[in-house]
Design a protein around this ligand. Structure first.
Ligand code: CMC
Length: 369
């Protein structure tokens, strides 16, 4: 018998069509609804990009204002969710807190499962998740929550809720750029997970909870945390080469390098690397930046692998003052836009996602009593 062809890890498989983003490994480019992501970073806000991903177009000035007002209004979380957050063990990973919070928000939401209600749920999550993440970061440091400030825009408000102050405009902008770059990336593992859940006609919150679970892993979003853990183990740029040789000899995966789709470099890296360099200059973090560069150079020499987006994101979030375990929740705050855009797209032309497996186990056998 001819062996059936198995696409392990679904590598190279076109599972559906999408109009949300185009990842082009050949030209090393990423388009959100046709717009190059670098140009969106240069000229637009994260909320503009959310509008673009959800509706297909950038907002007009009046749509911009309406979205901003709704986002501000939806930031506060109610007392019951705050109590729940405070009861979560501080030993759990912040992604567990976030997953639980989304589940809770879903249990409170009495809206129907229709496209219009899904649009409002998507915005609700975009607006409320930063409040949850900020509370979680603060409680882990033994600090009380800070209420959202409607006079501040999305990123500035998030810094205010997390740290009680808003940093330099360059730092706020760098955060905004990271949110834009993390927002959407076609059929990555967590988005595909969300689409699988949606394809059974389950609800939006269930799909997002599943997406959070998929993003947590170190081969996906968890890599931004792993990058910073790794950089903290390396004692300066001159140690990078030796650290890498040892890690590769131990057959370790080096976090923040390689990509399933991009084999010639991640289209998003140069933009976030520039933000990292700007913030590192402001924070006087030359040594960290030099170690970061030395490791990337050594990795390219040894394995020919390029960094992915998590490689600049890890040290960037560290320099902004977030604790390492909070990094992947920051990714969620952004990717909630891509996930929910894909959930809507899946529902609009749904077909149950249900592949086959080539059975390799024991053949037929008789059950005996
Ligand atoms: N460190 C060491 N070796 C690697 C790495 C790495 N980071 N990435 C790939 N390789 C090797 C791999 O071992 C394999 O070698 P061989 O052919 O000798 O077995 C070869 O390169 C091909 O890699 P692969 O594992 O077949 O590639 P993949 O498409 O299955 O994996 C990946 C992609 C992202 C899972 C992998 O590159 C990896 O584990 N990277 C580290 C984790 C990471 O940074 N993830 C973030 C991904 S992008 C942004 C995001 O989603 O957050």
């Amino acid at each position: 018998d001819e062996e059936p062809e198995v696409h392990k890890g679904l590598a190279g498989v076109l599972a559906d069509t999408t109009s949300i983003s185009k990842v082009d490994a050949e030209t090393n480019s990423l388009l959100y609804r046709g717009y190059p992501v670098q140009d969106l970073c240069a000229h637009r806000t994260f909320l503009d990009v959310a509008h673009l991903l959800w509706s297909g177009d950038l907002p007009t000035p009046s749509e911009q204002q309406a979205l901003s007002e709704r986002e501000k209004a939806l930031r506060p979380i109610d007392r019951s969710l705050q109590t729940l957050l405070m009861q979560m063990p501080t030993t759990c990973h912040p992604m567990d807190t976030l997953r639980t919070a989304v589940s809770w928000l879903g249990s409170e939401d009495v809206q129907e499962d229709d496209p219009q209600a899904n649009a409002s749920k998507s915005l609700r999550l975009l607006a409320a998740l930063p409040t949850v993440v900020a509370i979680d970061q603060r409680r882990r440091r033994g600090l009380d929550p800070i209420a959202p400030d409607p006079s501040l825009d999305y990123s500035a408000n998030f810094f205010h809720m997390t740290f009680g102050s808003v940093p330099e405009p360059e730092v706020v902008r760098a955060f905004e750029v990271s949110m834009i770059l993390y927002a959407e990336h076609s059929f990555n593992a967590s988005t595909f997970t969300a689409r699988v859940v949606t394809s059974t006609l389950s609800d939006l919150y269930s799909a997002v909870v599943a997406g959070i679970g998929a993003l947590k892993g170190p081969l996906h979003g968890g890599a931004n945390e792993a990058v910073m853990h790794m950089l903290s183990e390396i004692d300066g740029p001159e140690e990078a080469e030796a650290w890498l040789s040892e890690a590769l000899a131990a057959k370790k995966k080096i976090m923040g390098f390689g990509h399933r789709v991009y084999k010639r470099g991640d289209s998003r890296v140069p933009t976030l690397q520039a933000s990292l360099e700007e913030v590192a200059a402001l924070r006087g973090a030359d040594d960290l930046l030099a170690t970061h560069a030395a490791l990337a150079a050594a990795m390219f020499r040894e394995k020919g692998l390029h960094p992915n987006l998590d490689y600049p994101a890890g040290p960037l979030y560290h320099l902004m003052g977030f604790d390492i375990p909070m990094f992947t929740p920051l990714f969620v705050m952004s990717r909630i836009t891509g996930w929910t855009a894909h959930i809507s797209e899946q529902l609009a032309a749904n077909s149950l996602i249900r592949p086959l497996a080539a059975y390799q186990g024991t053949g037929w056998r008789q059950v005996t009593a």
